[in-house]
Design a protein around this ligand. Structure first.
Ligand SMILES: Nc1ncnc2c1ncn2[C@@H]1O[C@H](COP(=O)(O)OP(=O)(O)OP(=O)(O)O)[C@@H](O)[C@H]1O
Ligand SMILES: [Mg+2]
Length: 335
């Protein structure tokens, strides 16, 4: 396979902070590559260096055959970028926004007009072309920005958090355009996100970035296999006398070596939860422990992040259950 982006030891410092810390990876032509990480991980800084907006302090990258340090102008011709924050001009119409950008790229006249119409058609905004952008929804603005990023027919598109702050339905709608770009236009896409579902749904491969470092890189399935285990939450009646015995037996029978117990919930990680759940009930019955509720979750990209860092990508989503899950995975990681 041909690499269209080759990143080697790319590094950016802001004062004492190493925002991007010697990262290296390759992106293949036609691939959607996801950079997944929490706030402040270094995603935007990485994209800005690859788009030649920021100069690296160390390392470099070859983007569509050109070195970002030595040939930034050549690189810019080959890439389109959609910034994290909305940058279309709300006072102008969709068409006017496209026209101005086209001019900046040196396009003009009939050629520019044709291209604008074709791209607005692609993102389903042709009917809205003469409407001021302030009247667009968030999803429509995003689609307009994607169309604008394609005006000069780039080989690579950088999307920095393309669905940040959009509602779930609109996000799914934007995803469909991103998938069409790959399918119909063979576009190579580097996207950043802190949404696990987005990384998983769109990306052929995902690099997980944290504190400026890439801590894992694989296909979404490959990453999930790293965790490889499901988590089962067993809620028991706290009046059951033999909970301690039950837990010890669970360890023996299920072969799970990571079990934790708090309040009335036992959590354990095991391979293939569905096959093991009948055994858990049988054992509880034998020990006279009453199970009041049982739930399980299959491994997710968030679990991979948790296993590697001991934190969740979105800490604010932490509930008691999340807390237990974190404790469990942290425990496993240390062993
Ligand atoms: N111009 C700057 N000056 C100083 N520090 C900066 C600058 N730009 C970014 N940083 C810091 O560098 C780190 C990485 O920032 P970056 O914007 O790349 O993260 P991110 O992964 O895109 O996060 P977010 O989810 O907030 O978009 C953060 O700690 C940020 O505060
Ligand atoms: Mg960012």
């Amino acid at each position: 396979m041909d690499s269209i982006i080759t990143v080697r030891n790319l590094t950016k410092r802001f004062g004492n902070l190493v925002a991007v810390d010697h990262i290296s990876f390759d992106i293949e032509k036609g691939e959607i590559f996801g950079l997944l990480g929490p706030n402040g991980a270094g995603k935007t800084t990485t994209i800005h260096m690859l788009a030649t907006i920021l100069k690296p302090d160390e390392g470099t990258a070859i983007v569509a055959g050109h070195d970002i340090r030595k040939e930034p102008k050549e690189v810019r011709k080959k890439i389109g970028i959609v910034f994290q924050d909305i940058t279309v001009d709300r006072a102008l119409t969709g068409y006017e926004n496209m026209w101005i950008s086209g001019k900046l790229y040196g396009l003009r006249g009939k050629e520019l007009d044709t291209r604008i119409r074709e791209l607005l058609e692609f993102v389903n905004l042709l009917e809205w072309k003469d409407v001021q952008v302030r009247k667009y929804s968030g999803g429509m603005m995003r689609r307009l920005e994607i169309a604008r990023g394609l005006l000069h027919e780039p080989e690579i598109l950088f999307l920095d958090e393309p669905t940040l702050g959009l509602d779930p339905q609109t996000r799914a709608n934007v995803w469909s355009y991103i998938m069409r770009l790959k399918k119909e236009r063979d576009m190579t896409i580097l996207l950043t996100t802190h949404y696990m579902d987005e990384a998983e749904k769109l990306s052929d491969r995902v690099a997980i970035i944290d504190h400026g470092k890439i801590i894992a890189l694989d296909t979404p399935d490959g990453l999930k296999n790293m965790v490889g285990e499901d988590i089962v939450y067993i809620y028991v009646d706290p009046r059951s006398l033999r909970i301690g015995f039950f837990i010890n037996k669970l360890k023996e029978i299920i072969g799970s070596d990571s079990i934790s117990f708090s309040r009335n919930m036992i959590s354990l990680s095991i391979k293939n939860a569905p096959d093991n759940i009948p055994k858990i009930f049988l054992l509880a019955n034998q020990q006279g422990v009453r199970i009041t509720r049982l739930e399980y979750t299959r491994a997710s990209l968030d679990d991979v992040f948790l296993k590697l860092t001991g934190r969740r990508i979105r800490d604010e989503e932490g509930s008691f259950r999340d807390f237990m899950r974190a404790r469990l995975l942290r425990f496993r990681r240390r062993r």
